[in-house]
Ligand binder design. Sequence first.
Ligand SMILES: Nc1ncnc2c1ncn2[C@@H]1O[C@H](COP(=O)(O)OP(=O)(O)OP(=O)(O)O)[C@@H](O)[C@H]1O
Length: 298
Amino acid sequence: MSSATVERHDAAHSDTPILTLDDVGKSYGNVHALRGVSLNVRQGEVTCVLGDNGAGKSTLIKIISGLHEHTDGTMTLDGVECRFPSPRAAQASGIATVYQDLALAPLMSVWRNFFLGNEIHKGLFRTLDIARMKRICDEELAKMGIIIPDLDRPVGGLSGGQRQCIAIARAIYFGARVIILDEPTAALGVKQSGVVLRYIVKARDAGLGVIFITHNPHHAHLVGNHFVILKLGRVVLDAHRDELTLEQLTTEMAGGQELAELSHELRGVDPGKVVTPAEVEHGQVEAPARPQEEEPSA
Ligand SMILES: Nc1ncnc2c1ncn2[C@@H]1O[C@H](COP(=O)(O)OP(=O)(O)OP(=O)(O)O)[C@@H](O)[C@H]1O
């Protein structure tokens, strides 16, 4: 492990944000994908960004990871204003992004994927130092509790959860300070999601600042320290864990007031009856009442 990594571990749980977005906006021509978004990413914390389709999550990821530049507001890294003109620039500043589908090359082995773009060479002829790469890959995965008996196996044959974990381990090993996880549990079942969520906690406890993008309030609440909900490009909720229950997060994510109104409409009966958004979310809403048939007139 590099000395930079050791320092990072020692400095875990610092209160000073690594990365700050202040009033950040992004317009694509006339489309305002993000407006007035403020966000702090701290070491040893998981910042969850939730939002429905079109909320602006991908745009936010693209700004932080150097794919797009923001058009309003400021972004600061370690207190210094910055813009990332390319993904490489963001990576060089310690910001790693793990995309759900693009995390790894499926036909390549585990160790090749781990070192892809960062291969270790040896000797005069700069041949690949395969034994060393395999050893490091094995050690790093084991450190994070990932046991893969055959590192020569193509990653395409591993479970979705394992693939996500390998991508996260790789980012940590190569010096990420902030890791952005783009819906890492979206395509996974309960067990595999558990594998990834445990791993997110390990990354957090190793002192990284984790940005966890998700649709799933249950997953977010299990691991998050801080929660931001985006809606139509704006922040509609920004709360610390101790300010928010899972039920509140679920309700807010599900649409809060809008959902309460919808649930009321769907019931179509007894205006005095209160239906909670959670009931709708969990499919406990009764089918709309059939209209009463009129009594045939005598
Ligand atoms: N390149 C682009 N050009 C124009 N409009 C865009 C572009 N990218 C995104 N948008 C618009 O910006 C808004 C936010 O989109 P974004 O993809 O960031 O949302 P999202 O929360 O990631 O949604 P999803 O979960 O569906 O991926 C949407 O209205 C989208 O149509």
